[in-house]
Ligand binder design. Structure first.
Ligand SMILES: [Zn+2]
Length: 489
């Protein structure tokens, strides 16, 4: 008796705390104005001219380009998609900004794209015992095969977490297979320890990964290597289909109708947007940012483009005779379409980096820390810590560590051993560095400008400006990776 009333009291406490977590109290401050700011030492006051709110306007401009593309006949697969009019529009936008800032040699280098994967339209619905639910949040994984024009009509099965145990003894051949993943930030094949491959190997005819983030997010995955139509699904839709499957147990299993019209479009073009700030010598620094992105792509990579522009503005104000090295600014074609055109062009033109002191990749430089707590995603007044890579001499490493400390750039405890992604094809050709991270909304339709703190933009951009300034105090050979110095002997 005593026990059960204690239990009841505890449950009430638990229920109350869950309820309060779901409904935060009214805010006491305006979040946009109240993100934590780093107070700069007198020696760093010069970098105050790099203003986060000003950079945030660039993020707003770029996300508006995405929405325009969506609202002009692309309601399902949208963003600043490589090879589309959104790509052309943001290239033009960047050229204008480079010119306004006063960069030299501002130009667009046109690049021919390989045939592009374009999911023109799709629909997914499930029905059981007269009840039909449309799975609106379904989003095909990049490069997913389409269905025949008539679509697919498949039996639905739920394999829980798709662990080996969940799949043991299950016949998945020819079925639409749903699994749940708590691997919230993965948008890649390794999600849930390669569950998509495990399911595909067992003969599934379609695969759905339910991304366990609260709400009903649309998420865009990178290619997952699947040979059958494969989709991500928001949690609300995921629970609905799992309920449908569960409730029909012992009777007729639900059917899933899938139609995915994929086109392969040849002869599209993209571009690298170039601009330069000439220095006094013949050595160079490269500052790159990928222009493409899925959905609004506010962190990925409007934030990085804003950071690049912030650096261009900062150094354009410094007289040429005080600029030791020429800085090349590149708005790259990006990598979400899997072609990485700019990256491969640069890797094929190693001579570009013959006298390069530093490459800075501006990619995902600011994202609000979101916390999944009490069944909802809560906002906070701080930025996510960033993953970071630096490849160069120990002196370069120390310059970088000090700059992140000086401007309040939160990072993972250890740097990354390599730099994949946009800079992947060429980062080893010169000393190089990047900061990169998204939050829970990365690659989703919730990745809007709202969750890009201006303070994060300011911190990353100021740190990069200080790094460029400090690097310009050192000769080329003092910056190279130890193994590169060895190779040049
Ligand atoms: Zn990116």
């Amino acid at each position: 008796m005593v026990k059960s009333s204690v239990f009841l009291a505890l449950s009430l406490v638990w229920v109350t705390s869950v309820a309060s977590a779901q409904e935060p109290a009214k805010p006491l401050y305006v979040l946009e104005d109240s993100y934590l700011r780093w107070r700069l030492l007198p020696a760093e006051q010069a970098y105050l001219s790099i203003d986060g709110k000003h950079l945030k306007q660039y993020v707003e401009d770029l996300t508006a380009i995405s929405r325009r593309y969506r609202d002009h006949g692309h309601p399902q697969f949208w963003g600043r998609i490589t090879g589309t009019e959104a790509d052309a529009e943001n290239a033009q936008w960047l050229l204008d900004k480079f010119r306004k800032i006063g960069l030299s040699d501002v130009r667009e280098q046109s690049l021919d794209l390989p045939p592009q994967w374009v999911p023109a339209s799709w629909s997914v619905s499930a029905s059981a015992s007269g009840k039909t639910v449309a799975l609106e949040s379904a989003q095909p994984t990049s490069t997913s095969p389409g269905t025949p024009a008539s679509g697919l009509d498949l039996e639905a099965v739920d394999v829980a977490l798709a662990s080996e145990g969940d799949l043991a003894g299950r016949d998945l051949r020819g079925k639409a297979v749903f699994f749940y993943s708590a691997d919230y930030t993965s948008r890649q094949a390794p999600i849930s320890d390669y569950a998509i491959k495990r399911i595909g190997d067992r003969g599934a005819a379609a695969i759905f990964v339910i991304v366990g983030l609260p709400g009903n997010l649309r998420t865009q995955f990178y290619p997952v290597g699947s040979t059958v139509p494969t989709f991500s699904l928001g949690l609300q839709d995921g629970v609905a289909i799992r309920d449908l499957i569960g409730q029909s147990r012992g009777g007729q299993p639900p059917r899933v109708k899938i139609r995915l019209d994929v086109k392969t479009v040849p002869n599209l073009k993209t571009a690298t947007v170039w601009g330069s700030l000439p220095g006094t010598g013949d050595e160079t620094i490269f500052v790159v940012a990928h222009r493409d992105g899925w959905f609004e792509g506010a962190t990925d990579n409007a934030s990085g483009v804003a950071t690049m522009l912030g650096l261009a503005e900062y150094f354009a104000k410094i007289p040429r005779e005080q600029r030791r090295r020429t800085i090349h600014f590149l708005g790259t074609s990006g990598h979400h379409d899997n072609s990485g055109m700019t990256g491969h062009w640069l890797a094929d033109h190693k001579e570009m980096f013959a006298k390069t002191a530093l490459i800075i990749n501006c990619e995902h430089t600011s994202a609000e820390q979101l916390v999944y707590r009490g069944g909802v995603i809560r906002r906070t007044n701080t930025t996510v810590p960033l993953r970071w890579y630096v490849g160069g001499s120990p002196r370069l490493e120390q310059i970088v560590v000090k700059a992140y400390d000086a401007f309040g750039v939160a990072t993972y405890a250890e740097p990354e051993p390599s730099a994949g992604g946009e800079m992947g094809p060429y980062y080893q050709l010169a000393p190089s560095l990047q900061l990169i991270e998204g939050n829970l909304y990365w690659h989703s339709d919730r990745e809007t400008a709202e969750v890009v703190p201006p303070t994060g933009l300011a911190a990353s951009t100021r740190a990069y400006a200080k790094i460029i300034t400090d690097v310009n105090q050192l000769g080329l050979k003092d910056l190279l990776r130890p193994q590169a110095t060895e190779a040049r002997r």
